[in-house]
Design a protein around this ligand. Structure first.
Ligand code: RB5
Length: 149
């Protein structure tokens, strides 16, 4: 599994921690930055870098972290084929993938701590799209919206 991760200053510390955990588990990680803490950096730069790689098939799943998760989530969803959601509970982190094809997990580094983040990571990485007919049908309907704009 190849995971693309990025964060601004609001999520930098949590990104470093989650990246270390994934590397320890033998998961391939593409870190699109920021590469050091910069209080003046902007979340769209890292959200777009994650989104481009997911849209281009360079990673299986993405993770983007800003202060709240919200700005990063808004930004990644501007990219065709990218479905990002803020999930701060494990039910959503798993079901978002299984039912809705979520492919970018958006987290708020100022909202959750490392233990919650670890649980979310486990739920998200362990989930796969169900491919059940009703889920596939609903996802196709959502994908139609992208063709319309
Ligand atoms: C940056 O200070 C903060 O606004 C950003 O990380 C994020 O929370 C936006 O949604």
């Amino acid at each position: 599994m190849k995971i693309v991760i990025g964060a601004d200053h609001g999520g930098f510390a949590l990104k470093e921690d989650l990246k270390a955990i994934m590397l320890e588990q033998g998961i391939e990680v593409i870190d699109v930055g920021n590469n050091s803490y910069d209080a003046k950096d902007d979340y769209p730069d890292f959200a777009s870098a994650v989104a481009r790689k997911i849209a281009g098939g360079e990673g299986d799943k993405g993770i983007v972290i800003c202060g709240s998760g919200i700005g990063a989530c808004i930004a990644v969803n501007k990219f065709r084929g990218v479905r990002g959601c803020v999930c701060h509970d494990t039910y959503s982190a798993r079901q978002g993938v299984e039912h809705d094809g979520m492919n970018v997990l958006c987290l708020g580094g100022r909202i959750i701590g490392i233990e919650t983040a670890k649980e979310l990571l486990k739920a998200y990485l362990g989930a796969q799209f169900s491919n059940e007919e009703r889920h596939a049908r609903r996802l196709r309907k959502v994908e139609e919206f992208e063709k319309a704009v």
